[in-house]
Write a protein that binds this ligand. Structure first.
Ligand code: NAI
Length: 481
């Protein structure tokens, strides 16, 4: 029916193009392909009903089809309104053996440029199978699927959303509340049932993991969670080298402005900030860092960056990239002090790093759309600022996100997490766990051959001298890399 379609994508005729790019991406994703080969014919995810909420890109298509190859029954949405690649979504819906006329792929609900209403509609659709049941596993990026099933249940129990903060993103909360009200009328008690059926979640990103630890501390987490982000082969690769690749891509595809010589402020010098700063420095930009953490500030200084406060540099810089995972890092007050035509962007998970809600409310402010995901905001002071992807993560909103190779490492961790939860979820408490180090080393190992890396083999004598097993793990858990 129109209300519950089998899938929802922009244009199925893009599937052939999507399939070609998926085929090429598979060559660049050795970790995922090795996991397919390792489990071929064994279907270890048989019985798993996985709902995924993660940027619907070409790379994610390879993840989805890996989960399916391992026997899982999968439904998917994007975790951001701008990050879907419509050809990838079409190819996944059509499937490797289907046709545009007879699609038989994975139900995906995602297109580039969703409204907030459409975004939460998609999430709700993917959480209900055609027989009316929900998933038994979640694969989340940023925690929106986890949030909806928890908030939905709380709403059914109390008639409200506890912790509802109307000052913080009121628009989005309003949309969620409307969805829950409508659902309660049609399908009372649905979320309580869905929540009870979920055995666990694996979470992709820093911000989503942050939400999970908060829920663990508050005692509200309803199932065990695997923190994929803090696998070394995830955050020290995807967040760092992935953003090193895609931050410049986002700036170039949106603005095409010359980066060399410009003053670029990178806010936050964590894994994402480090990757961004290095890439921008490589372009010849004069990179300035802001930090709240003395360790990261000192790291930035010793890499040769100027480290100062935003207040100190805001009226001199040409480009801003926020990478903090924090909120209101760039305020309306900051934006009003910026140079004319300053470029303002965010690469962190949520758009609230920049006070977009506040900016849109400024009296007398004029918005000129330059092209999709690129806007000029003319401030009452006569100057204008250029905003990428309405403040949403610019590398996925304005470009195509990280390249396949680094996503193979991230997604191999996701597959290992799903395998572990499917096999053993009941052995875990309702807490947040990381994958054991030997699996981290396995993921890295799966990516060496493609690059022609020759690994030195430890002798038994050397192994006992440094106190590690011959077959690894080679580092103690407190090692920082
Ligand atoms: P992180 O925790 O390693 O780094 C964030 C840094 O920002 C920290 O060093 C923190 O001290 C600093 N910070 C916090 N508040 C600040 C403030 N007010 N001013 C200046 N610095 C501040 O986190 P990570 O892994 O670098 O992730 C950052 C964000 O990027 C998260 O939201 C994460 O989910 C997201 N992310 C986005 C990706 C993308 O492709 N766009 C990829 C990976 C992560």
């Amino acid at each position: 029916s129109a209300e519950r379609p089998a899938f929802a994508v922009r244009d199925l005729s893009l599937a052939e193009w999507g399939r070609k790019e998926i085929r090429l991406a598979e060559q660049e994703m050795p970790g995922l392909m090795a996991l397919r080969a390792e489990h071929a014919g064994k279907f270890p995810l048989k019985g798993a009903k996985i709902m995924g909420s993660l940027h619907m890109t070409v790379q994610t298509a390879v993840l989805i089809e890996t989960l399916v190859a391992l026997g899982a029954d999968v439904r998917w949405v994007s975790c951001n309104i701008f990050s879907t690649q419509d050809h990838a979504a079409a190819a996944v819906a059509v499937g490797p053996t289907g046709t545009v006329e007879k699609p038989n792929g994975t139900p995906v609900f995602a297109w580039k440029g969703e409204t907030l209403e459409e975004y939460w509609w998609c999430t709700e659709q993917a959480l209900m199978w055609s027989d009316g049941t929900g998933p038994n596993l979640l694969l989340d990026d940023g925690g929106d699927a986890t949030l909806l099933v928890h908030k939905g249940t709380e709403y059914e129990l109390s008639g409200e959303i506890p912790g509802f903060d109307s000052d913080n993103e009121p628009e989005e909360w309003g949309v969620i509340l409307d969805l829950l009200r409508a659902e309660q009328a049609k399908n009372p008690g649905r979320w309580t049932k869905v929540l009870a059926g979920i055995r666990g979640v694996s979470e992709e990103t820093t911000t989503g993991v942050h939400r999970l630890y908060e829920m663990e501390r508050a005692g509200t987490l309803a199932f065990p969670a695997i923190n994929v982000n803090d696998a070394v082969t995830k955050s020290k690769f995807d967040n760092l080298y992935g953003c090193r690749h895609s931050v410049v891509d986002g700036l170039n595809r949106a603005t095409d402005v010359m980066l060399a010589g410009k003053i670029v402020v990178v806010l936050g010098y964590g894994d994402v900030g480090k990757g961004c700063a290095q890439a921008l420095k490589g372009q010849g930009a004069r990179v300035v860092i802001t930090e709240i953490d003395p360790i990261c500030a000192l790291q930035a200084a010793l890499e040769g960056y100027q480290v100062t406060t935003l207040e100190d540099i805001v009226d001199q810089a040409d480009i801003f990239v926020s990478a903090t995972g924090n909120k209101n890092v760039i305020t309306v007050e900051h934006m009003s002090r910026m140079k004319d035509k300053a470029i303002v962007s965010n690469i962190g998970h949520f758009d609230n790093e920049i006070d977009m809600a506040g900016l849109k409310k400024v009296e007398g402010m004029k918005r000129i759309n330059i092209k999709p995901q690129y806007d000029e905001f003319v401030l009452p002071n006569g100057r204008s600022i250029l905003i990428l992807a309405e403040g949403r993560l610019m590398n996925l909103g304005c470009a195509t996100g990280h390249p396949s190779f680094v996503m193979s490492a991230s997604f191999s961790n996701q597959v290992l997490a799903q395998l572990e939860l499917h096999a053993n979820a009941e052995q875990y408490e309702k807490k947040v766990y990381t994958l054991p180090k030997h699996l981290d080393e396995k993921v890295a190992r799966l990516h060496l051959e493609k690059l022609g890396v020759k690994l030195t083999v430890l002798s038994a004598d050397q192994a006992s001298y440094i106190g590690v097993p011959l077959e690894g793990p080679y580092k103690a858990s407190h090692y920082k890399y």
